[in-house]
Design a protein around this ligand. Sequence first.
Ligand code: CU
Length: 468
Amino acid sequence: MTTRRHFLFNTGATAVAAAAVSKAGAATLPEAPTMNSAETHVPPPPPNGRPYSPVVTLNGWSLPWRMHNGVKEFHLVAEPVVRELAPGMKANLWGYNGQSPGPTIEVVEGDRVRIFVTNKLPEHTSMHWHGQRLPNGMDGVTGLTQPGIAPGKTFVYEFVARRPGTFMYHPHADEMTQMAMGMMGFWVTHPKDPSLHAVDRDFVFLLNAYDIEPGSYTPKTNTMLDFNLWTFNSRVFPGIESLNVRQNDRVRIRVGNLTMTNHPIHIHGHEFVVAGTDGGWVPPSARWPEVTTDVAVGQMRAIEFVANEPGDWAFHCHKSHHTMNAMGHNVPNLIGVDHGGIAEKINKIVPGYMVMGDKGGSMGGMDMPLPENTLPMMTGEGPFGGVEMGGMFTVMKVRKDQKRGDYSDPGWYQHPKGTLAYEWTGELPAPARSADAGKALIVPEHGQHGQDVELTVRKPSSGNHAGH
Ligand SMILES: [Cu+2]
């Protein structure tokens, strides 16, 4: 593929830029390769160091290193970046080496690692190596274990990657701003023995969230909970590449959560086990089967399964508003309300005004004018029409005829005859229905207290509820 050429081109371009910027450091600093495309770049085989099976960072890449006297040297550059969240929308973020999230760092258990972190941001930063065993002074907490890295300065972190597993990196400086702007990356420490925990496909996803007003480009950094763009590797559906696997591949998906809320991560058609957590590998006897696993804030989970069911299987966060793109928050529920024409009338006064549909929320078919740089809330085309998704959603494509080593997108699944849901046009038996069917829905008056419906039918003489 063009992957390698693209990668080398970027590497060369940055090496020049780095030399121009830092005259004194150029001789000793390893190059800082950069990437500004959101295609997936599968890393070339490791040039030196001990062997391992590389992970796949969808819509991302892994950071190359140089060997220097037996030490693996990496160079991360914290800087403003432009990230395409999906075709049709770009965001002004902060990231590393041209991208948010930053490149994935892959090392082998026992490696001595030296990471140069250069700050090209307008404020100080630091780097915390989330989950690692390391000397306290390498932990990257501004004020506690080091001063902040001032703009234009470079700090060096050095430690032995002692524990194999799944990790993250992020600043521990002005965190609310820097994380809300996209500063984070993935780290994988592979086991010394490459046959341990071996899988055929090893994907990594960093969960992040942004609050970008429709029509604007820069996240609001004071947002605490009300984010409106929920991303896998700083991409939203339909901008997230599919997980392409061969039938019967052993698949691992590592998920790290640096948003401010939990994400129940769900896959269709297969059960998995949580084979790894923040703390390392789970002994096989302690793993239990699931189809959804919650990934709390600051946690990492590595799920594993054999992809033995061919098809196009949804992989997504199970919070339904996390599989939608940016919207206004105060949209009332108008199911059953005839508001024909009202949106158009209001639109003449308030451009961009939106009402929820009277037959449900679906806006897939609505012809809504969107502000510039704004994605539809529910979108994406599948072989059968609109997928009506956004945010943290993508598809795992399991194919039996995929050639060994070929993980290109196989296109949509062709369902064998007799295995596809279809419209029934014959006679219908009478459906079983509740005895109350057809009666008006009783809405509890004090629903927020969780009482039963009966409790809301008060006797006229009762004064006990007056305080409500
Ligand atoms: Cu979620």
